[in-house]
Design a protein around this ligand. Structure first.
Ligand SMILES: Nc1ncnc2c1ncn2[C@@H]1O[C@H](COP(=O)(O)OP(=O)(O)OP(=O)(O)O)[C@@H](O)[C@H]1O
Ligand code: SF4
Ligand SMILES: [Mg+2]
Length: 334
């Protein structure tokens, strides 16, 4: 399978009053055609900034400081803003956590789907309504011919998220980025929306970047997973390998904090908290919380070590040349 998206060394900083702070630090990953990559990590780890960076939607004081983003062989970083606008929606679509903020309250859902299609020249004014009804039916909104004239506030949260999915798939993008698409919803509705995303992915041959803090969602939906901590991808690989044989102590902690794999539970069993932006600990950023830290961890940044050809982790425990691994006790969290 060829790569649809390749990201290499992506670095996004925020120019804060006391200097630049790195929110995404040298992130590299790839997504193949038809594949779902899950991006997981605690709040503040840089998942949304990564997602926005891919579409070059980070607003000042944020900026992409380094990295390459290649989509279907095109270098997105070198595109003019007008070309980038064509990529957004038509090639890569974005679904947010809270559909109410993404939908415009003064237009009907039909008008908004029609607008998405017209922007990319995919339909005429006359054809838009018909196409909107077809899309609402595709995302399983009952009575679509009636619902097409509803305003967002007339729909439930789950129905609004279905509308967002309809807008996302309207122009038949190759890649959908879904940033916490189910977090704001009830657990049963979450399951329905995930089913719908999986179904759309299959029937439309989409690739999906699924951003979540929920490993249960990853287990059910993703083919591969990238675990983020403090702006870096600390482990990535096939979902099965990472669930069965996690290599990074942070990933192990996340898995241990998963209550029986139940969906909808926030991660928080690891002692301590994600470091604040601009105040990253030296060395391995996880070292103050790491139960396995040893001599080099507080001074040197670990490289990305291969566990298998498809599975890697940024942890000195995988460095075959280092001795005394796991020798120091964890530091108590402040
Ligand atoms: N506009 C901004 N200005 C300054 N800092 C920002 C801005 N947006 C995000 N950040 C910082 O960048 C870091 C990464 O944030 P990001 O939103 O990507 O986290 P996240 O992993 O998506 O978290 P969550 O799970 O809560 O959505 C955080 O420290 C956040 O405070
Ligand atoms: S590099 Fe050291 S501190 Fe970081 S995760 Fe590995 S053992 Fe823990
Ligand atoms: Mg986020």
């Amino acid at each position: 399978m060829s790569h649809l998206l390749e990201v290499s060394g992506l670095t996004t900083v925020f120019d804060l009053p006391n200097g630049p702070a790195t929110a995404v630090d040298g992130v590299s990953f790839a997504i193949r055609e038809g594949e779902t990559l899950g991006l997981v990590g605690e709040s503040g780890s840089g998942k949304s900034v990564t997602a926005l960076s891919l579409l070059r939607l980070v607003q000042p004081p944020g900026r992409i400081a380094a990295g390459r983003i290649t989509f279907k062989g095109r270098d997105l970083m070198s595109l003019q803003e007008t070309e980038m606008q064509r990529v957004r929606g038509a090639d890569i679509a974005l679904i947010f956590q809270e559909p109410m903020t993404a939908l415009n309250p003064v237009f009907t859902v039909g008008q908004q789907i029609g607008e998405a299609l017209r922007v990319h020249g995919r339909t005429t004014r006359a054809g838009a309504r018909h196409e909107a009804i077809r899309l609402l039916t595709a995302v399983r909104i009952p009575d679509a011919p009636l619902r097409v004239d509803d305003y967002p506030h007339q729909l439930s949260g789950g129905m609004r998220q279905r509308v967002m999915i309809a807008i996302a798939i309207a122009c038949k993008p190759a890649l959908v980025i879904a940033d916490e698409p189910t977090t704001a919803l009830d657990v049963t509705i979450q399951a329905e929306i995930l089913d719908l995303l999986r179904e759309m992915k299959q029937s439309l041959h989409l690739s999906l970047l699924l951003v979540t803090h929920d490993l249960g969602v990853i287990a059910e939906t993703a083919d591969r997973v990238a675990v983020m901590y403090a702006g870096r991808i600390v482990e990535q690989g096939p979902v099965r390998e990472i669930f069965r044989n996690p290599q990074h102590p942070y990933t192990r902690g996340l898995l241990a904090s998963m209550p029986g794999g139940a969906r909808g539970t926030r991660l928080r069993a690891i002692e301590g908290s994600v470091p604040l932006l601009g105040a990253l600990p030296a060395g391995c950023a996880f070292h103050p919380r790491c139960p396995d830290r040893f001599a080099p961890c507080s001074t040197r940044v670990p490289g990305d070590y291969a566990a298998t050809p498809e599975h890697s982790a940024r942890c000195f425990l995988l460095d075959p040349l280092l001795e005394g691994r796991g020798a120091l006790p964890p530091v108590p969290s402040s």
